[in-house]
Ligand binder design. Structure first.
Ligand SMILES: NC(=O)c1ccc[n+]([C@@H]2O[C@H](COP(=O)([O-])OP(=O)(O)OC[C@H]3O[C@@H](n4cnc5c(N)ncnc54)[C@H](OP(=O)(O)O)[C@@H]3O)[C@@H](O)[C@H]2O)c1
Length: 277
């Protein structure tokens, strides 16, 4: 696998590709297959895994997959807004650490904006960082107004990433949030990069896929990670999908491909509220 990285604002390099885990850990009957999918991804060279306390028992799936190979991996988890007050966030992080079977989370995100003042959540994140329980923190589903507000709270500019819905069919952030983030070297983690499978089936990517001897999903992924500062985190349980997604890192889209994609999936011409799944 080609190791491609981008830099967090702190200067640390992180891979532009990671393994998503939403919908994992929901059924004991699928547990072994989900662990195997993550292990396959790691065997093929992936080093970043994205999970959350919200995703049923996905953190337990991750724990099983990373057992004995934690070092060198970059684990991302998320705190629910309902747990994001100071004491609540610290307790939630402790629970996630226990479920993940690790002593540190590499990047800890506020899953989406809730009713807790941002300053309080940031204070909890900074305390967790000082205690070595998390190495970095960030946010998720934050639109530009939320990011502006975050920047204004004490230590708010220590935010390393914003995880948002971003793929060929959902390009709204390119109008404002993405340029704003790039100015600050803030990473964008693109969730649902194959639009939950819809881009694989849309038919709009087939001609380009054929030119690259690839699949439509691979073209969608290659496009997402061709954007500077973007980290894509597709979720895949089927081994074929895991292999294809990692192989997509080697696809180089041409200017002609990119122009055709812009025609099929036009970039935004005006502000669109951030979409969320
Ligand atoms: N922060 C947030 O609020 C938020 C929200 C949503 C998602 N996320 C994160 O982002 C990750 C990815 O998003 P997502 O799971 O919503 O959507 P996604 O990764 O765009 O799509 C996952 C779906 O696409 C299929 N798929 C994966 N690779 C494929 C390929 N190469 N060809 C054809 N189909 C393929 C998967 O099938 P199989 O599983 O059957 O292989 C699964 O059904 C999540 O797992 C989660 O970690 C975060």
């Amino acid at each position: 696998m080609t190791t491609r990285t981008t830099k967090l604002p702190c200067g640390e390099a992180v891979p532009v590709f990671g393994l998503g885990t939403w919908k994992m850990g929901e059924a004991q009957s699928r547990f072994a297959d989900e662990v195997a999918a993550l292990r396959l991804g790691l065997d093929l060279g992936a080093t970043l895994i994205d999970t959350a306390e919200m995703y049923a028992d996905a953190e337990l799936v991750v724990a099983e997959a990373v057992k004995g190979r934690r070092d060198g991996l970059f684990l991302v988890s998320k705190v629910l807004p309902s747990n994001a007050a100071r004491a609540g966030a610290i307790a939630a992080c402790e629970r996630s650490l226990k479920r993940l079977g690790t002593d540190r989370i590499d990047l800890y995100l506020l899953h989406w904006r809730g009713g807790v003042p941002l300053a309080e959540t940031v204070a909890a994140f900074e305390a967790l960082k000082a205690a070595g329980k998390i190495r970095h923190w960030g946010v998720s589903n934050f639109d530009l107004d939320d990011m502006d507000e975050l920047e204004g709270v004490p230590s708010g500019s220590a935010c390393q990433a914003n995880q948002v819905l971003y793929n060929l069919a959902r390009r709204g952030i390119e109008f404002d949030l993405m340029p704003w983030s790039r100015k600050r070297a803030l990473s964008i983690m693109a969730y649902s990069p194959v639009d939950q499978g819809a881009l694989a089936r849309s038919g709009k990517l087939d001609a380009i896929a054929t030119r690259h001897d690839a699949t439509a999903a691979q073209v969608a992924l290659a496009w997402t990670i061709s954007q500077a500062g973007v980290i894509a985190i597709p979720k895949a349980v089927r081994p074929r999908h895991v292999r294809d997604n990692i192989a997509a890192l080697d696809i180089k889209l041409t200017p002609q491909d990119l122009a055709e994609l812009d025609k099929a999936f036009p970039p935004p011409q005006r502000k669109r509220p951030l979409e969320m799944i």
